[in-house]
Write a protein that binds this ligand. Structure first.
Ligand SMILES: Cc1ncc(C[n+]2csc(CCOP(=O)(O)OP(=O)(O)O)c2C)c(N)n1
Length: 265
C-alpha cells in the first residue's frame, strides 16, 4: 500500500520529466518519502503565508532533484499545479535546477552541489541570534558529500552545537556516473558524521514511520539522518539503475510507470 499524496507527487515527477524530456527522474524519486514526511508531518510551514518569520526552512542542496521539490510544493498548495507543465522547457517557469525566485516555498536556489549546507548553517545561526525557533532541514546527496565545502559546514555546525539544523543524507549509493562508494568510498557514512561531532541516526529513507521518528528525536548536537534510499524508488525498471540519472521516460515508459504506481494504491 502506498500513500495517495506520495503517489501523486511521483506521478507529477514522471509527467514533468517526460514532457520536458529532462534528466534526474531517479534522483527525484529517491527523496519523495523524505519530502512527504517533512512537508506533511514535521515542518512548521503555511502555504498561505510562505514567508512566515518563524517558519521551518528546507533546502534541497542536491538541486538537480528539483522536480521532486516543485511537485511536493505544488501538491502542498504553495502554487498552482498547472505550473508543473512549465518545468525545464524553453520559456518555462520552473528551471531545471531550483530557483528561489520562480515560485513561493523555495528557500534557496541550488544545483551547483556542495553549497546548501553552508547556507543552511548560516540560517540556523541567524535563527539562534534572533531567538527564532524555526528549524532548518537540508537534504544532501551522497555523491554531493564528495564536495569539501560540505565538510566545512559540518565542522562549523558541530563547533557551534547547532541543535536547530537537521541534515538528511539521501544515501542512494549512486551518483551521476557510477556507484558512490566506487568513486570516493563513504561506506562508513554514519561513522564520518559522528566523528565530526553530529548526532547520527541511520534509517530506511522510504519508511515513513522511521523518518518521522528520526525527525522527532531529541538531539544535543546537530542531527544527521543517514537515510538509506533507492534511486528511482517505486518504479521497478528505474530502481537502482544508473541510467535514470540522465534518461527521461518516453511515452510507453511513462504509461508503465504510472500503472505500476496506481497498482500500489
Ligand atoms: C559543483 C557541481 N559539480 C558537478 C555537478 C554535476 N552533477 C550533477 S548531479 C551529480 C551527481 C550527484 O550525485 P548525488 O549527490 O549522489 O545525487 P543523486 O542524483 O545520486 O541523488 C553531479 C556530479 C554539479 N551539479 N555541481
Amino acid at each position: 500500500m502506498s500513500n495517495e499524496t506520495i503517489v501523486n507527487i511521483k506521478k507529477s515527477i514522471l509527467h514533468m520529466t517526460h514532457y520536458s524530456k529532462s534528466s534526474h527522474v531517479g534522483t527525484s524519486l529517491s527523496i519523495v518519502d523524505i519530502l512527504y514526511v517533512l512537508y506533511y508531518r514535521i515542518m512548521n510551514i503555511d502555504p498561505a503565508n510562505p514567508k512566515m518569520p518563524n517558519r521551518d526552512k528546507f533546502i534541497l542542496s542536491k538541486g538537480h532533484g528539483s522536480a521532486a521539490l516543485y511537485a511536493t510544493l505544488a501538491e502542498r498548495g504553495f502554487f498552482n499545479k498547472e505550473l508543473l507543465d512549465r518545468y525545464y522547457i524553453d520559456y518555462g517557469v520552473l528551471p531545471g535546477h531550483l530557483d528561489m525566485e520562480a515560485v513561493q516555498g523555495i528557500e534557496l536556489s541550488t544545483g551547483s552541489l556542495g553549497h546548501g549546507l553552508s547556507v543552511g548553517v548560516g540560517m540556523a545561526i541567524a535563527n539562534k541570534l534572533d531567538n527564532n525557533d524555526g528549524k532548518v532541514y537540508v537534504v544532501l546527496g551522497d555523491g554531493e558529500c564528495n564536495e569539501g565545502s560540505v565538510w566545512e559546514a559540518v565542522m562549523l555546525a558541530a563547533t557551534l552545537r547547532l541543535q536547530n539544523i537537521t541534515v538528511i543524507i539521501d544515501y542512494n549509493k549512486l551518483q551521476g556516473f557510477g556507484r558512490t562508494n566506487e568513486i570516493i568510498n563513504q561506506e562508513n557514512m554514519a561513522e564520518r558524521w559522528k566523528a565530526f561531532g553530529w548526532d547520527v541516526i541511520e534509517i530506511d529513507g522510504h519508511n515513513l514511520q522511521q523518518l518521522e521518528k528520526a525527525f522527532n528525536s531529541k538531539a544535543e548536537r546537530p542531527k544527521a539522518i543517514i537515510a538509506h534510499t533507492i534511486k528511482g524508488n517505486g518504479i521497478s525498471f528505474m530502481a537502482d539503475q544508473l541510467d535514470w540519472h540522465y534518461r527521461s521516460p518516453n511515452e510507453d515508459q511513462l504509461v508503465a510507470a504510472i500503472k505500476e504506481l496506481e497498482g500500489k494504491l
